[in-house]
Design a protein around this ligand. Structure first.
Ligand SMILES: Nc1nc2c(ncn2[C@@H]2O[C@H](COP(=O)(O)OP(=O)(O)OP(=O)(O)O)[C@@H](O)[C@H]2O)c(=O)[nH]1
Length: 276
């Protein structure tokens, strides 16, 4: 038994920090120890006590002031700075000390999607933590309200899939803010979004009269087939006001970790390999 961690990722405003604080309360109420690492250098406020905080190493505000970076470039700079100073993580998380068998971390990540889909930065951090003995699972948050627009929803599916491929750790997708859908969507309709397939988007687009051109229809069909063919993306609904819903997410994380235990993450030999 070693350290375990949930890497909480997803687009800006998808509910990552709220999920983290809900989980802290939920686990502590069950007498389970939990620690939180904030990895968002732009965070201004969250409702949990962070055990460790990237803002002690670098903040977006300092980078913007000293180096005149904008918010996006500044965030990438901060995360690259972290990737170049992983010894800070080792010291702050006491990773070179013998692991407490109950060590359970929740890692709240920034909302800039490129960090998971384009740049190898988060992957570098994940590989480092894995080498230090962490068993990790990514929890990818997508807002449940996206289901009102299938284009938006499938765009979320593609970034979730991209993050899964990039990070190479067990991965659970979560539809957050389910309380906002209460009474607005039938169970059978919701079920289709939890296990999305290509027909979902075509039905929606045709119903809305959005596929006037066969060219767009073909392109969108090809894109949704990516998800459909491999059944790559499914979701768990998360209602933070419902304890059973939180337990279902935790159970799924345990399953994903168990299932992924035999998978070895691929090392990036050098950046050129990655760029190819
Ligand atoms: N109704 C409802 N609102 C939520 C829920 N989760 C988050 N929110 C709200 O959504 C907004 C964004 O939530 P955060 O938890 O800060 O989202 P985040 O992904 O951490 O945001 P960034 O750090 O900016 O990427 C806040 O106003 C939250 O109060 C939820 O389960 N239900």
């Amino acid at each position: 038994m070693g350290r375990k961690a949930q890497l909480v990722v997803g687009p800006a405003g998808s509910g990552k920090s709220t999920y983290c604080s809900t989980l802290v309360q939920h686990l502590e109420a069950a007498n389970r120890k939990v620690k939180v690492l904030n990895l968002d250098p732009a965070a201004e406020h969250f409702d949990y006590d962070a055990t460790a905080d990237i803002r002690d190493l670098v903040t977006l505000a300092d980078v913007a002031e000293e180096l005149h970076y904008g918010p996006n470039g500044g965030l990438v700079y901060c995360m690259e700075y972290l990737a170049e100073n992983l010894d800070w993580l080792d010291d702050t998380l006491a990773l070179d000390e013998v692991a407490d068998p109950d060590d359970y971390w929740i890692i709240d990540c920034p909302g800039q999607i490129e960090l998971y889909t384009h740049f190898p930065i988060m992957r570098t951090v994940v590989q480092h933590l894995t080498r230090k003995g962490f068993t990790m699972c990514a929890v990818y948050c997508v807002e449940a309200t996206f289901i009102s627009d299938a284009f938006k929803f499938f765009s979320g599916c593609l970034t979730a899939m991209s993050a899964m491929i990039q990070l190479e750790i067990p991965h659970v997708n979560v539809l957050t803010k389910m309380d906002l859908l209460k009474g607005n969507v039938s169970e059978s309709r919701l079920e289709r979004f939890l296990w999305p397939d290509a027909s979902l988007m075509s039905e929606w687009a045709e119903g809305e009269g959005k596929w006037a051109s066969p060219k767009w229809k073909g392109l969108n069909h090809a894109v949704t087939q990516l998800i459909d063919s491999y059944s790559m993306v499914s979701y768990l609904p998360l209602d933070i006001t419902d304890e059973d819903s939180i337990d279902a997410v935790l159970l799924q994380i345990d399953h994903a970790v168990q299932y992924g235990e035999d998978l070895e993450p691929t090392e990036i030999e050098d950046k050129e390999d990655y760029d190819e």
